[in-house]
Write a protein that binds this ligand. Structure first.
Ligand SMILES: Nc1ncnc2c1ncn2[C@@H]1O[C@H](COP(=O)(O)OP(=O)(O)O)[C@@H](O)[C@H]1O
Ligand SMILES: [Mg+2]
Length: 401
């Protein structure tokens, strides 16, 4: 099912993500699928990135909010800036919108310096957590507002507004005012308004955080579909790692005013480059280990349980002490433990339905493991019992301590 297929109907031409949507004049839009990106690059599509952030710093008084940050956002990607509250996400987003200027460094939009593009020509729009709809206007008027300012013709505005409201499932409410809507509905209208002028880049600052859990999860899929179907570059800001993993093509993890890691959700989760990332994204155990040797992306370590093993390490410069990061779901217990190398005692457990979380101890070191309850009998390991414990070497990582 393609819930957003309708928007494309009014696009006479849309060339996005190397897909070509053509209006046939009679029938519905046909998408001519998937010329590979490299085939279109250098011809119809610009090779420039959507956004280049180059060496950008920002201070507030003596506080260094951003410390010489550089990264690139590609055309047509769902890019997420993930980090704890106060790490500078909104500051960075406001700079991309041109509301704030860096103290040092440059921001390029489609290869052009942002400061040199007049505000009305910057094809960037923002969706705020607070929706920021005009309370005295109907939904229609809210969506039309930006288009009127851009000087669109009336008929074109009417068509576009209708289409955008349909796309976010709000057509039936067109004549209502924002106060007559739920939070989720307002957020949909805010999205329709921001997408209506077809920005090249849509900035979204924690747009789901005011919604309740169920709605938030539904909206994740909607946002992802909207991004895919429009091909507009989304720059999404959140402190919620699950949202980031679920929706993004790539994630920049921000912390202490710096980009701690940039990569796909799988890279960020499976191959964290430091303790901050391993800790902030997902759950993990940190175990202090002795590093005996490092070579070509691996480290040979001695664990607190006495094993000497070789596991992946992002840096070859580790020496002496290091930290082994191993996620609870990668630790196998009991009959699921392959590679079983030691035994541990079950200190505590929490039955969560689908999973049971265990707190274990061996050699005086505590760690957590979670085990999927693949059957009703899955939760059979008792507190106080001693169980075999194992993990695949490749799913652990040695990080600087
Ligand atoms: N206008 C400002 N004046 C002073 N400090 C600010 C201002 N804007 C942001 N800050 C500070 O900069 C840091 C980053 O803020 P912000 O970008 O809003 O973080 P985030 O969006 O990641 O929560 C915070 O410590 C915040 O208090
Ligand atoms: Mg913020």
């Amino acid at each position: 099912m393609r819930p957003y297929g309708t928007l494309a109907r009014s696009y006479y031409w849309t060339l996005r993500r190397g897909r070509l949507a053509v209006r046939s004049g009679i029938g519905p839009t046909r998408r001519i699928a998937s010329a590979p990106p490299q085939a279109t690059q250098g011809r119809q599509m610009s090779q420039t990135n959507a956004v280049d952030v180059i060496d950008v710093s920002k201070n507030f008084g003596t506080y260094q909010a951003l410390k010489s940050i550089s990264f690139t956002i590609r055309n047509n990607e769902f890019f997420t800036m993930l980090g704890p509250s106060g790490c500078g996400k909104t500051t960075l987003l406001r700079m991309l919108a041109g509301f704030e200027t860096p103290d040092r460094g440059t921001i390029l939009l489609k290869g052009q310096e942002l400061v040199n593009i007049p505000p009305h020509k910057r094809r960037v729009n923002t969706v705020f957590q607070s929706y920021a709809l005009f309370p005295h206007m109907t939904l229609e008027q809210n969506v039309a507002f930006g288009l009127e300012n851009l000087g669109w013709e009336r008929a074109r505005i009417r068509a576009r507004v209708g289409e955008m409201l349909e796309r976010v499932h709000m057509s039936a409410f067109a004549k209502r005012k924002p106060a007559q809507l739920s939070g989720g509905q307002r957020q949909r209208v805010a999205l329709a308004r921001a997408l209506a002028p077809e920005p090249e880049v849509l900035l979204l600052d924690e747009p789901l955080s005011a919604l309740d859990l169920k709605l938030r999860q539904a909206m994740r899929d909607e946002l992802r579909n909207l991004q895919r179907d429009t091909g507009i570059t989304f720059v999404f800001v959140t402190h919620d790692q699950e949202e980031a993993l679920d929706m993004s093509d790539r994630i920049a993890v921000l912390g202490s005013g710096e980009v701690q890691q940039l990569g796909t959700p799988t890279e960020i989760y499976e191959e964290p480059v430091n303790r901050f990332v391993a800790d902030f994204v997902g759950e993990t155990n940190f175990l202090e280990v002795d590093v005996l040797e490092t070579a070509s992306g691996n480290a040979t370590i001695r664990t607190p349980f006495g094993q000497v093993i070789t596991v992946p390490a992002p840096r070859d410069t580790l020496q002496g002490r290091g930290t082994l990061s191993i996620r609870p779901e990668k630790i196998n217990l009991g009959d699921q433990a392959q590679d079983s190398a030691f035994s541990a005692q079950v200190v505590n457990k929490n039955y969560m339905g689908g999973y049971t979380h265990y707190l274990l101890a061996a050699n005086g070191v505590e760690f957590r493991a979670s085990r999927r309850n693949a059957s009703r009998e899955g939760d059979a390991i008792a507190v106080g019992s001693t169980v075999p414990v194992g993990f695949a070497r490749a799913s652990a990582r040695v990080l600087a301590s």
